[in-house]
Design a protein around this ligand. Structure first.
Ligand SMILES: Cc1cc2nc3c(=O)[nH]c(=O)nc-3n(C[C@H](O)[C@H](O)[C@H](O)COP(=O)(O)O)c2cc1C
Length: 416
């Protein structure tokens, strides 16, 4: 299993503000071609490439751009989502810091394709160094005629600093935050491409998604389709962490190996040398997989077939010796305070589930608690408005299914 550096090929190879070095390494070729072929053909090229979102939901990028471009309302906006809040996910930072001009080039192409004169990049609050870098990058880009009244016509970029909550990465909550309101999700439809920022057509794309755009434009969709597998072209940046000897971000062609190979070859096995107990393949809200499910192909479909999701490709490894209760306690400590409160199932459910998991961790859980955990989790999945409530119960539900005995053994022996 080998890394295939497409998006990361320039990372660390030039000083981040050095536009000339970026150009010398082939940068801006995608933008040049975009300007040559025009917005409609850019969208067609992205559709042809089969590019799907890397922010978690996997929606086809070209379709999203097409629907925003078709909207009559103006102005239109483009937002690059650099909030990177999902647990176990730290790949966007590699691109934002290591090849920022490629991300900017992707933003400019996207804005051009959908007809947006104003773009935003919403950078995770904790990434202070990245935020500072992007402030300087925007100044350099303006000097070079890439922003302002430049080669694309008027296009502005606002570099916004994330306000902190996990939910602010959800596209509507992010939009709400950019509007200087509390970050809260809302019901869809209407989708952001119809009614987004300030009620106008808006496209929100993840950093990694956008970093693919200059590659597709510069080399052509046909060339891009040679990467990965038929139904899933391209590469993915896997963030590998947890109980592995070597955590890091690894760029792999889709379907170029299995989850087990990724963990063994790049992670160098578990820290203690003990066998693996469980893995979350798609960030902290993806369902747990047991060790016997790790021979699945590293594709959306391969991971779905064994009962989880590729999500943000944040692979979190848990070694034997950890109980299922400990694993989900750590997760619920995080998600338990992150609901935006807009919809009841998530607002109430996440707190109740956190409390129940804590009772098990304190050896005070009851058989009724076990049943409640299942029922509340399932109710949140089906009844919540956004991806947060629909997904945070998945690791808990999967832990109950795979490691039910870990919960049974800590059921309180003291009558309630
Ligand atoms: C609770 C929650 C948090 C999210 N956080 C992020 C995030 O930090 N970064 C991101 O790109 N997408 C995040 N998303 C997904 C976005 O809502 C949206 O689908 C994505 O930015 C669209 O870009 P893409 O199509 O390029 O993936 C989150 C979704 C949910 C439900």
């Amino acid at each position: 299993m080998k890394e295939r550096k497409v998006l990361t090929r320039r990372v660390g190879k030039y000083e981040p503000l050095d536009l000339k070095a970026y150009k010398d390494m082939g940068g801006l070729g995608g933008l040049r071609r975009a300007l040559d072929i025009g917005p409609d053909s850019v969208i067609e090229e992205i559709k042809l490439s089969g590019l799907t979102g890397r922010g978690g939901a996997g929606y086809p990028t070209g379709l999203k751009w097409g629907s925003a471009a078709r909207e009559k309302k103006t102005p239109k906006y483009f937002i690059c989502n650099a909030d990177e809040g999902e647990l176990g996910t730290f790949k966007d930072k590699v691109l934002l810091d290591g090849d920022p001009w490629a991300v900017l080039e992707g933003i400019l192409i996207a804005a051009y394709a959908i007809g947006a004169e104003q773009a935003y990049i919403y950078i995770k609050g904790e990434y202070e160094d990245t935020f500072n870098l992007w402030g300087k990058l925007a100044v350099e880009a303006k000097k070079a005629g890439l922003l302002g009244k430049g080669i694309l016509g008027p296009v502005g970029l606002q570099v916004a600093r994330g306000k902190g909550p996990y939910i602010a990465g959800e596209e509507f909550a992010l939009i709400s935050s950019l509007e200087m309101r509390r970050a809260m999700s809302r019901l869809k439809p209407p989708y952001p491409s119809q009614q987004g920022l300030f009620g106008k057509p808006t496209v929100v794309n993840n950093v990694e998604t956008i970093a693919n755009v200059p590659v597709i434009l510069a080399e052509g969709a046909e060339e891009y389709l040679k990467l990965g597998v038929k139904d899933e072209p391209g590469t993915r940046l896997f963030s590998l962490s947890g109980d592995v000897k070597q955590s890091g971000v690894y760029e792999l062609e889709m379907g170029s190996g299995t989850l087990r190979e990724l963990i063994d070859e790049f992670g160098k096995g578990t820290i203690s040398g003990r066998p693996i107990k469980a893995v979350q393949p798609g960030g902290g809200t993806s369902a747990l997989l047991a060790a016997d499910s790790l021979d699945c192909s590293l594709t959306t479909e391969g991971i779905r077939k064994v009962g989880s999701s590729i999500g943000t490709a944040g692979v979190i490894v848990y070694e034997q010796g950890k109980s299922g209760v400990d694993i989900v306690k750590g997760l619920m400590e995080f998600y338990g305070v992150e609901s935006c409160g807009r919809c009841v199932p998530c607002r109430i459910g996440v707190v109740r589930m956190k409390e129940i998991v804590e009772r098990f961790s304190d050896g005070k859980g009851t058989p009724e608690d076990l049943e409640q955990l299942r029922q509340i989790g399932k109710a949140c999945v089906v009844a919540s408005t956004c991806g947060m409530g629909q997904a945070f119960p998945l690791p808990v539900l999967s832990a109950l299914e795979l490691f039910g005995e870990d919960f049974e053994t800590v059921i309180s022996k003291v009558p309630a």
